[in-house]
Write a protein that binds this ligand. Structure first.
Ligand code: PLP
Length: 381
């Protein structure tokens, strides 16, 4: 069968992770030694290696990126009603962790140049009640950190970096995840490093580190009686089997970032001449894209709607994923009165309405990228 015909009949999922031989060896080791729970030695090793990679002193491995955010927010001991600024164009985890602690999420619109939160709007929204900002890097390109860090430091506002989509990325040669007082990561199957499910908190602050460790593990008692608990926490533990996968993946991070860049650049090369779409940039003055995903935005005056296009791609066995649905439009959050109906964030609304991403996983081949681009250019014309 010709390569073209083979691809025509093959379903291309939006993500397929790449598992290396190292992970398999370490998982077998974990299984054969009987260390399968969170007590196993790989967990500590992975925390050490991952925090070192991110130039942070401490790491706390947890069950997901969402769990990481929940634990971090609780660890900061903010007061009910304190305000925390977040982008509206993000995953709902950023709102859930705040409202569960009685904090007020304050939303900002996206910067249409790079789809990240607008720094200008973030600065405008800072007031006396602002106690923290969750800086979320979106889809592979970091937020422009310099100005916001300077202002936050001056006003004693805590920066939490949500670097879930940003493992191995750098802002001005400094690793993302090393800017926040505390930073969070996700190891879900579509992240640069995966452990199936999982997440990590990194920090240089010993107090935050100790509190996060305790919150991860039911806040077991430390004053004599283990079962007389210190606070209200969670079981958000990370297993030795997950850590085995993570250790193997981390060894390959340089290759992973390199391959993700190649995937992004190949998409750009093949799609750059399509006048009906806006695609992600390869680099700007402060960073080079590591393409967590490869996003496409239909131009505002384009004749067809996004869902029509993604249905057509699916008919060619190409799976896509719509962009985030912004927080200010979430039915559940409006129903609960967290946000008001008349809030307008035009850039985030445009991204949500007209954006989607193409298959971007590490197992994607160059032939598949070429096939996908050929279909995209034929359908979006
Ligand atoms: C920016 C961001 N933060 C947090 C999360 C949550 O991570 P998890 O799926 O591991 O809970 C995600 C998930 O994709 C994400 O993209």
């Amino acid at each position: 069968m010709s390569q073209k015909l083979k691809l025509k009949n093959k379903f291309i999922p939006v993500n397929t992770p790449k598992i290396f031989s190292q992970e398999k060896k370490l998982v077998i080791q974990a299984l054969s030694t009987g260390w399968i729970s969170s007590e196993g030695p790989f967990v500590k090793k992975f925390e050490e290696n991952f925090s070192k990679f991110n130039k942070r002193r401490y790491g706390v491995a947890v069950s997901s990126g969402t769990a990481a955010l929940e634990i971090v927010i609780k660890s900061l001991n903010l007061k009910k009603g304190d305000e925390v600024i977040i982008p509206t164009f993000t995953i709902i985890s950023s709102v859930m962790c705040l409202i569960k602690q009685g904090l007020k999420p304050v939303l900002v619109d996206s910067d249409i140049k790079n789809w990240n939160m607008s720094i200008e709007e973030t600065i405008k929204k800072i007031n006396k009640k602002t106690k923290a900002i969750i800086i979320t890097h979106i889809y592979g390109f970091p937020v422009d950190m310099q100005k916001i860090i300077k202002i936050a430091n001056k006003k004693k506002i805590i920066i939490i970096e949500d670097a879930a989509e940003m493992i191995g990325q750098k802002y001005k040669k400094r690793i993302c995840g090393s800017f926040g007082s505390v930073s969070t990561f996700s190891f879900y199957a579509n992240k640069h490093i995966t452990t199936g499910e999982g997440g990590m908190i990194v920090t240089n602050d010993k107090k935050i580190y100790e509190k996060c460790k305790s919150l991860r593990n039911l806040c077991f008692g430390t004053k004599g009686n283990r079962f007389n608990h210190n606070d209200i926490g969670w079981n958000y533990r990370f297993t030795n089997i997950q850590a085995a996968i993570g250790l193997g993946q981390l060894k390959n991070i340089n290759w992973i970032v390199k391959r993700k860049k190649e995937i992004g650049r190949r998409y750009i090369k093949k799609l750059i001449n399509n006048k009906n779409i806006i695609i992600q940039k390869n680099k700007n003055s402060y960073s080079e894209n590591i393409f967590w995903v490869f996003g496409i935005l239909l131009k505002k005056n384009y004749k067809f709607k996004r869902d029509f296009i993604t249905r057509k791609l699916l008919m060619h066995n190409i799976q896509t994923r719509n962009f985030f649905y912004p927080m200010h439009k979430q039915t559940i959050l409006l129903k609960k009165g967290i946000f008001k109906k008349n809030n307008k964030f035009p850039n985030a609304e445009y991204l949500a309405k007209s954006g989607f991403y193409l298959p971007s996983g590490l197992a994607l081949t160059n032939e598949e990228i070429d096939f996908i681009c050929d279909k995209v250019n034929k359908i979006i014309c």
